[in-house]
Write a protein that binds this ligand. Structure first.
Ligand SMILES: Cc1cc2nc3c(=O)[nH]c(=O)nc-3n(C[C@H](O)[C@H](O)[C@H](O)COP(=O)(O)OP(=O)(O)OC[C@H]3O[C@@H](n4cnc5c(N)ncnc54)[C@H](O)[C@@H]3O)c2cc1C
Length: 493
């Protein structure tokens, strides 16, 4: 008889795990709180348009890339576009464009950091060498912490064929990005630090002082390895995964928050709004706890919330240029030092993207552009405010973010619609105010990574809070790690 698996939460990690398990023959049920699937890689409808809930750029979709291989395994084909010029980072006194092409990239590094161009290029080459080694190891399917032989994936044979790269990883295992900067005497070179910190905060949830070198090397080079715009938005990835689960005989039930989880007679009894049943295995992707040891969110580690603005602009905005070049897909703007509102209520760069607008039937709205903007914020700042205080704070932060964007591009002249959301908005829709997982410090990433296994029987934890960490690609990888663990521990026959 088939084994039953309940996935709590239809984030990308849970959906990936669910789809792989359904393909293997498990009877999979996904219970989702929101009305749409995808969580932070999902979408919502506002002003009759579909806005991304969080993620906008996909990674790992290049041929034989980490996500491409998982989607191929699931016979999924989602149309996407490679972004040649994915992002510009606007710093206090300079601006840099990220290019996929290596030559264009080295020229850009030399142009933007003329004072230290040789060291900066040497630093970057080293970073890419380390990231190559990390990528190779990640592709083996290794899942940290290693508690079972199968957690190693294909690492043993990889180690035999790539001894040099393994040695490199061992040497850098407990180093931070700042340690590598120091090697090139770049740790006090402010422009490079600003550039690196802006990206690390988005990808690793911390800055170069704390960010573990190994995963950060990948995070800092991944934009150039391949950044992708998924046609009609990132939520297409989640939606296709959910459809695949159903095609494979499973079910995905939205608007059905799980309220109770009870282990009795070797089964998990799951209570949700639309379905209550007992399952052999539970996979928690919700990022929230349903009782002791059911989630990594119980650990009191710091995690960020997000403040965001969704806007629609008139399509004539596409004609804008940034430093004489066509607009990139995304811009990271480091707020001015005297922008106290963003420094007290927010943290890190303002992240802005421009993409085509789609209506609720997923049809392109020709005369509109969608703009999404986000910044990290402390989730607790938004709790327990009166309605008036909350509205006032929201307006102040949104205005401050727009002012930063306006310094770079005249967006205000093109705005057709604009709405802001805070960590409380996330809490309302996806049940948690802290998003993006834990910071990738040496402790979290290397010394004490969070396992996809819980200490409870038949209960797994998947998504951005588990190894390898935040981001859609990492969450998807944790989904594949969970699926393997379930198949090995609770085989169908
Ligand atoms: C503003 C922002 C921008 C980002 N940009 C990018 C980007 O460009 N590229 C990128 O790769 N990553 C990006 N990320 C990160 C990425 O989106 C996340 O790390 C990833 O999507 C998390 O996936 P997850 O599997 O952990 O699930 P989550 O997305 O955390 O989903 C959890 C799901 O569980 C559901 N849930 C919660 N409580 C319950 C309950 N009681 N019962 C049932 N269901 C429940 C929620 O509704 C949600 O659907 C961004 C994140 C944010 C917030």
């Amino acid at each position: 008889m088939s084994k039953t698996v309940c996935v709590i939460g239809a984030g990308i990690g849970g959906l990936l795990a669910g789809a792989l398990l359904a393909k293997e023959g498990y009877q999979v049920t996904v219970l989702e709180k929101a009305t749409r699937v995808g969580g932070s890689a999902g979408s919502y409808v506002r002003n009759k348009r579909i806005f991304p809930a969080g993620a906008t750029i996909a990674f790992g979709l290049e041929e034989q890339g980490l996500l491409d291989m998982l989607f191929t395994e699931l016979d999924l084909n989602v149309p996407f576009v490679l972004l040649d010029h994915p992002m510009d980072v606007v710093m206090e006194d300079r601006q840099i464009s990220l290019y996929c092409n290596k030559k264009a990239w080295e020229e850009e590094l030399a142009r933007v950091f003329p004072e230290r161009q040789r060291d900066v290029i040497a630093f970057w080459n080293k970073l890419e060498q380390i990231s190559e080694a990390v990528y190779g190891v990640t592709a083996t399917g290794v899942s940290l912490p290693i508690q079972r032989v199968y957690d190693l994936g294909k690492l043993p044979s990889h180690a035999v064929t790539h001894p040099g790269s393994m040695l490199r990883l061992a040497r850098h295992a407990t180093r931070t990005v700042e340690d590598l900067l120091r090697t090139y005497k770049l740790d006090r070179y402010e422009p490079l630090r600003q550039f690196i910190d802006a990206q690390l905060l988005d990808a690793a949830q911390t800055d170069c002082t704390e960010a573990a070198l190994l995963p950060s090397s990948l995070a800092l080079t991944i934009y150039r390895r391949g950044s992708f715009y998924v046609e009609k938005g990132m939520s297409q990835l989640s939606e296709r995964l959910a459809e695949r689960i159903v095609e494979l005989g499973g079910e995905v039930i939205t608007a059905s928050p799980v309220t109770e989880l009870l282990y009795q007679e070797k089964k998990w009894h799951v209570t949700s709004r639309k379905k209550t049943e007992a399952y052999d295995v539970v996979v928690n992707n919700a990022g929230v706890s349903f009782g002791p040891r059911t989630s990594h969110s119980e650990s009191k580690e710091f995690a960020w919330g997000a403040f965001r603005i969704d806007a629609l602009l008139s399509d004539t905005f596409w004609q804008q240029e940034l430093e004489g070049k066509p607009l990139p897909f995304a811009i990271q703007i480091v707020p001015d030092k005297d922008q106290t509102v963003l420094h007290s209520n927010g943290h890190g760069p303002v992240y802005v993207t421009f993409q085509p607008a789609y209506d609720r039937r997923n049809e392109r709205v020709e005369n509109e552009i969608m703009m999404t903007c986000s910044i990290h914020t402390y989730a607790e700042l938004w709790e327990e405010l009166s309605k008036e205080e909350y509205k006032e704070k929201k307006d102040i932060v949104a205005q401050a973010m727009l002012a930063e964007i306006q310094k770079v591009l005249p967006v205000e002249d093109y705005v057709l619609y604009l709405e802001a959301g805070s960590p409380e908005t996330y809490k309302k829709y996806i049940g948690k105010s802290e998003v993006g997982g834990f910071p990738l410090t040496v402790k979290n990433a290397i010394l004490k990574p969070k396992s996809v296994r819980s200490s409870l029987p038949q209960l797994y934890i998947v998504g951005e809070q588990s190894f390898p960490g935040p981001g859609t690609l990492s969450s998807a990888l944790s989904g594949s790690h969970v699926a393997r663990a379930v198949m090995k521990t609770w085989p169908l026959k």
